[in-house]
Design a protein around this ligand. Structure first.
Ligand SMILES: [Zn+2]
Length: 265
């Protein structure tokens, strides 16, 4: 990164630094996940006070000090505040899960930074505009696309072990303990570290993901594609479990917010 750097940024996380400063974890369109200090952001008169908040998106001015290896967030212009994500508990937990996922697993390879940024930016806006009951479908879309960016989205129509094409009406099994491919019932044994039933991809879920691959390039494309609520809960839990497995992490947002997200309040 140059000393002075302009990019688009979304605030993924903040944390206190002393009494008046805030640390921020940003997703940028040029450099993936960046840690930057927002000076004075926790003080009453701090210029960045309202901006250094989770979900806020804008044109960031960053200053990188190559000697100290530190980065400063100097400004966040033309901000999109996403208040609508804070005012609805279901949307809040979904968006919180997304930023936790991306902060935990940033690609950081330069190749996918812009695509990752566009994915989250579009999804946050789509979630803010969507009806609350579409939240899980949006979240499934984000996870599925994110798996694709990580190079971990399995092929949907073929057993990755024996190579046989899978009929549309049969379940496949996500071999997370193996190579991350989908396997047929004959090949599933021993592929997923014992928790086999947890990784079953039912036919409606597989059909839905195939539809996403075919028609959904942005969240607005999701509007006409529906997934029944119970199927959405199961597919969401499956993809989240898969991401936890491959990223070797536990999502705190899902531990605290599962009851809200899955409608079991
Ligand atoms: Zn097979």
């Amino acid at each position: 990164m140059n000393r002075n750097h302009r990019c688009r940024a979304i605030v993924l996380r903040t944390y206190p630094i002393g009494e008046i400063h805030k640390g921020t974890v940003l997703l940028t369109d040029t450099n993936g996940v960046v840690h930057a200090v927002a000076h004075g952001a926790a003080s009453a008169k701090g210029r960045l006070r309202a901006l250094a908040e989770v979900f806020v998106e804008g044109e960031a001015t960053l200053y990188h000090n190559p000697v100290k290896q530190s980065t400063k967030l100097e400004d966040l212009d033309t901000p999109v505040m996403h208040y609508g994500l804070r005012e609805n508990l279901v949307k809040y937990y979904a968006a919180s899960f997304w930023v936790e996922l991306i902060a935990a697993s940033h690609l950081g390879d330069g190749e996918h930074d812009e695509a990752c940024y566009e994915l989250l930016s579009d999804a946050l806006l789509g979630l803010e505009r969507a009806a609350e009951e579409r939240t899980l479908e949006l979240s499934i879309y984000l996870m599925w696309r994110y798996l694709g960016l990580l190079g971990l989205a399995p092929q949907l129509d073929r057993c990755g072990e024996c190579g046989r094409e899978a009929a549309r009406g049969v379940p496949l099994f996500w071999a997370l303990g193996g190579g991350g491919e989908l396997r047929c019932a004959d090949c599933r044994g021993g592929a997923d570290g014992g928790a086999e039933s947890a990784f079953e991809l039912a036919p409606p879920a597989r059909a839905y993901l195939r539809r996403l691959d075919e028609v959904a390039a942005r969240t607005e494309d999701l509007l006409p594609i529906r997934l029944q609520a119970e199927q959405a809960r199961r597919l969401h839990a499956l993809l989240a479990a898969g991401l936890q497995h491959v990223l070797e992490t536990r999502f705190k947002t899902l531990e605290s917010g599962a009851a809200v997200l899955y409608g079991r309040r």
